[in-house]
Structures are given as structure tokens and as C-alpha cells.
Design a protein around this ligand. Sequence first.
Ligand SMILES: Nc1ncnc2c1ncn2[C@@H]1O[C@H](COP(=O)(O)OP(=O)(O)OP(=O)(O)O)[C@@H](O)[C@H]1O
Length: 270
Amino acid sequence: MGVVINDLNVAVSGTPILDGVHLDVRDGQRVGLVGPSGSGKSMISRAIMGLLPPTATCTGSIALNGRQLVGLPDAELAALRGAAVGMVFQNPGTALNPLLTVGRQIALPLELHYDVSAGEREERVRAMMHKVGLADDLYKRHPHELSGGQQQRVGIATALITSPRLIIADEPTTALDSMTQRHIVDLLVSLVDEAGAALLFITHDFSVLAHATQYCYVLDAGHIVEQGRTSALLDAPRTPQASTLVSAARALTLHADTTSTEGTSTGGRR
Ligand SMILES: Nc1ncnc2c1ncn2[C@@H]1O[C@H](COP(=O)(O)OP(=O)(O)OP(=O)(O)O)[C@@H](O)[C@H]1O
């Protein structure tokens, strides 16, 4: 099971965005999707989530746990979102609802998709907070009272609370400093592995992918131009597009190593 995408074509207002995309992520696999800005990475995750723009047309096949999503009515797609697929967003500061406490925020997918009593919901939310490393006393706090790293832990808890079989993380660490990035990626990887779920990790940054995924796809201008084991792709990229991304990641990693060594004595909030 997991998600199997075949010959996916998406156009928005008549402009082709994705062209013949093949990609699969099976249970227990952590797969990366890497590509430059504008290559169509988010459009793939939106297609899986059933959240394409209203003017989009979509052909091909997206099978989620064996069920065909292309052509499914909106109401059925909405029922799958949050229950079968969990999504971790790029910027937790804007992805979280500023009016909801941490406890309500994490409980929301349970409220929407499952008939669970208030008492059991709170118990499950507190257990999930513990799992993602959020102290119990944050339960009643609002997002603006948390650090960026804590906000992303809330994002991860919200994505995982319904035990979805597929988790899509769309640039989940871009808004965080390099040390916090590492903590959040480690957390996501360990929770996905523990659940035996599938992870699709979207980024433009190979340095994060090397750590989070075993296999990856390189997307360029709506086409998959290369795919393979992440370590092999990093060692010997075959296409100019992958080479460019690998060189950029090397430069970034060197920079991150320098700044994180410098930053250790400042004890910033995570
Ligand atoms: N709502 C929309 N309407 C029309 N075109 C869109 C819409 N959203 C995205 N696009 C276009 O689709 C293409 C792919 O965008 P997408 O957001 O999937 O790229 P991306 O690879 O995720 O980029 P980034 O790394 O910057 O997030 C871009 O050319 C973008 O301009």
C-alpha cells in the first residue's frame, strides 16, 4: 500500500504544470521529491491531497492505498484528507490556526474524522504531545506563544494524530534554523518508521533529503528527470538538474555546519 502515481498530468488554466509524472511511495518507505522552485513539487502533493486549484485539470492515476483518487468527488477527497494522509507544512507559523490552543489544534483531525469522546481525544492528544516532545503545560498555549521548532512539533502531531498511512512533508524545515531542522527531521523520521507509514518528503534541498530519505525523485519543469537511491544520487548525479541541486546542497551543508558550530553557545529556542 502507500501511494502509486502513474502518468499524472496537471494543467492550471490550460498551462501544463505536471507532465507524465510517475512516482511511488510504499508503506515503510521514506521517499524524497526534490526540485527547484516552481518545478511542481507542491502541485504533486496538492494532487494527492485533492487540493488542486479550481481551474486545474488532472489526468492519469493516483492510487492511495489501492483507491483511485483522480476523478473522486470533493466530499470523498475531503474525507480521506487527514484520515488517510497527514500533511506537514512548510511554515507552521501560518499553517497553524492562531485562534486554537495547541490541544484543540492537534485534536481537530480526530474531531473531523473519528467519533471519539472528548475524554479519549484529550488522552490521545496528550500522548501525542509527549511523543513529539511537547511539554504537557503547552496544551493550553496558542501558536504565537511557541518557538518555531515547537510550532512544527504541533504541526507533526496534528498530521500524525489519526495514524495516517501516508505522511507528506512539504519543506517542513525551511522556516527553521539548522540545528532545529535536524531535530525536526529526526523526529519525523523516527515517528514515521515507528508507525511503519510511508513518507513523501518534499524539498529543494538535498542536504536534508540525504538524512531523511532512502530513495528520491528529481523533478524539473513538471517532469521527473532522475530517480534512485538518495545516497547514489548525491554521490553521482546523472542529469545536469540533479548535479545543480547536489552542488547547492553541498554549499549549504558547509554553511550550515559552520553556523551551527558557531551557534551552539547561544542556546537558541527550539
Ligand atoms: N494556484 C495556481 N494557479 C496557477 N498556477 C499555479 C498555482 N499554484 C502554482 N502554480 C504554478 O505551478 C508551477 C509549480 O508550482 P509549485 O508550487 O508546485 O512549485 P514548487 O516546486 O513546489 O515550488 P517551491 O519550491 O517554490 O514551493 C509554478 O509554475 C507555479 O507558478
